[in-house]
Unconditional design. Structure first.
Length: 590
């Protein structure tokens, strides 16, 4: 595509910058390909997809993905009253967005595809591959020319997201978006707010950008947040410092995400950044108006917005300490996690150790998400009366029985078969007395935390045990993923093994659950050296699954006996990388 065509899209669709991204997106869709746009919140994924689609002149159907989205919502459903009147015909079928896009030769835009359940994602495969799908009872739907799937996804480290299956990723061309340059963000704000005050725009854009590099912020403010801040500033009266502080405190807290282990609140971090940027503006002589006498007062330490990584090169120091030739942060994080027990004693600089720990925790979560792959919510079939908005297949037999002899059919006489999510309670017990380093324990804990974030339908307790059992997270207790993983990473493998006490505490936690689906999962080698025989305690569980870590002194017979009397299943794993999928398999089987 020639440059002038990019300029035409920018001009007609109001796009600032993004020349290379527009060129690539246009090339992919013009070639009949499907496009996956990856980037964090607020980088303009939807705007770019919409602009290219409009330029191509194709119909555009938008879908917002979440874990409750169903195959039926995507493809379409039969209208029950029409089915009762004329049977399963095309006239009784209400098109979903996928079928609508296929029939019109348009683009189906799926926002946050990786938040959708695996089953919904897989519905796209035949449409993308063969340009057709089969709809039970009515036949084949063929896609017209121009049909394409454009999807977005957030970066993989967001716990509530899934990794797309290999089969689905293979059907997409990938386009990665990052934040735009500071000059382009200033232009975007200038185009969207009613002011010619460039100094104010410069200041607010700098504040928004600073939130993205603050050490306690997980996800910083986008350019939309900068626009809102400027718009509020223009409608407040007062000295610059007061106005900016007030506007930022309103516009930014809802648009940033703090790290789980942040010591400061969002408001404190924002005040700190605003002060630092105001101070910088004064030093550069860019203040819009005289500041009040309070300008010398500080809402925080301006210098603290400079992260540890900006003052020294911790990555290089960690490479030297580990003695490894590793380039990426993720590789360094994995190496730190594996060697954390020794690094705790060899690294004397507390700031460097804290930085190393953060890298390790992030790497563990990314590793678990990658190993886990897509995850679906456990569901159960139930029959419910028809109501507007209720999804499901018409239960012909039961509906017929209800309407026989009736003069007229009422909507409440119609019975639907529908899938409902199951509510599950689980106690996960981890043997910390094994030759298990902190990163292995952390992988197990992260697996459960990530699954809970993805599936959102179960509560879990986390229990570690050696000489005795310790409840790290109660069933009804909220706990941040980072704090749990930090406990596991810092845990030392030592002491005797009291399986009985772990099972007792796990059972106590399950008794607090309101769910009808309760189970325990214990990860151990079965070699108990403290407490009584755990078999009797295992028999009290409604369901107990045992995951045995294979080792030279593993007691397979005891592990199998515990799972048998616990009415559960026995699993044997050699590698902790197998744990995420084993845990998911157990939870899906409920």
């Amino acid at each position: 595509m020639e440059f002038d065509e990019v300029s035409h899209i920018q001009k007609t669709q109001g796009i600032v910058g993004r020349r290379e991204e527009l060129r690539k997106a246009f090339a992919a869709l013009s070639a009949g390909k499907h496009l996956l746009i990856e980037g964090t919140v607020g980088v303009g994924k939807t705007i770019l997809a919409t602009a290219v689609t409009k330029h191509l002149g194709r119909p555009f159907v938008r879908v917002d993905g979440d874990e409750r989205y169903t195959e039926q919502k995507l493809v379409g459903w039969f209208d029950p009253p029409l089915v009762m009147k004329g049977g399963y015909t095309r006239d009784a079928f209400l098109e979903g967005p996928l079928v609508s896009a296929m029939n019109s030769g348009g683009v189906i835009f799926i926002n946050e595809l990786n938040r959708m359940p695996e089953g919904v994602q897989n519905v796209l495969l035949p449409a993308m591959d063969e340009r057709r799908i089969e709809i039970p009872k009515i036949g084949t739907v063929e896609a017209k020319d121009g049909f394409a799937v454009v999807a977005t996804q957030n970066p993989r480290e967001f716990v509530a997201t899934s990794t797309l299956s290999e089969a689905l990723r293979d059907r997409f061309e990938l386009l990665t978006l990052d934040y735009q340059s500071e000059d382009e963000e200033k232009m975007i704000v200038q185009r969207n707010v009613e002011t010619q005050d460039q100094s104010l725009i410069d200041l607010i854009v700098q504040i928004a950008r600073k939130t993205r590099t603050h050490p306690e912020v997980k996800r910083g403010a986008s350019v939309r947040a900068a626009m809102s801040t400027v718009q509020i500033c223009l409608r407040l009266n007062g000295a610059l410092q007061e106005v900016v502080h007030e506007a930022a405190s309103m516009a930014l807290p809802t648009r940033i995400e703090m790290k789980d282990d942040a010591k400061s609140t969002a408001q404190e971090v924002i005040a700190e950044i605003v002060d630092a940027c105001l101070k910088n503006a004064r030093l550069l002589g860019k203040e819009q108006q005289p500041l009040s006498s309070a300008s010398s007062e500080s809402h925080g330490n301006p210098d603290s917005t400079t992260s540890f990584t900006e003052t020294i090169d911790p990555m290089e120091r960690l490479r030297e300490i580990l003695g490894l030739e590793i380039k990426s942060q993720d590789d360094i994080g994995q190496a730190v996690a594996r060697n954390y027990a020794s690094l705790k004693t060899s690294i004397k600089d507390p700031k460097l150790l804290e930085y190393a720990k953060r890298l390790a925790l992030r790497a563990i979560v990314r590793r678990v998400i990658s190993l886990l792959g897509p995850a679906r919510i456990p569901t159960k079939m139930s029959r419910v009366p028809f109501l507007p908005g209720v999804e499901g297949e018409l239960d012909i037999e039961e509906t017929t029985e209800r309407i026989l002899g009736e003069e007229a059919t009422r909507s409440e006489d119609l019975v639907l078969e529908t899938k409902r999510p199951k509510r599950v309670a689980c106690s996960l017990m981890l043997d910390s007395s094994l030759s298990m380093t902190g990163d292995k324990l952390a992988v197990a804990a992260a697996s459960m935390a990530v699954l809970a974030g993805k599936m959102k339908t179960f509560d879990y307790a986390l229990i570690a045990f050696s000489n005795s059992a310790i409840i790290l997270k109660g069933l009804r207790q909220a706990s941040h993923v980072a704090s749990l993983l930090e406990k596991m990473l810092d845990a030392n493998a030592w002491g005797y093994t009291n399986i009985e006490d772990a099972l007792k505490k796990g059972l106590d936690e399950l008794q607090k659950a309101r769910s009808t689906h309760k189970l325990g999962i214990i990860i151990t080698d079965g070699n108990y050296t403290a407490g009584g025989d755990p078999v009797k305690m295992a028999s009290l569980y409604p369901k107990l699954h045992v995951v045995m870590i294979e080792d030279y002194d593993s007691k397979q017979s005891l592990c199998q006996e515990m799972s048998s009397v616990g009415k559960g299943k026995f699993f044997s794993v050699k590698d902790f990388d197998d744990l995420p999928r084993v845990l998911y398999k157990i939870l899906r089987s409920v």
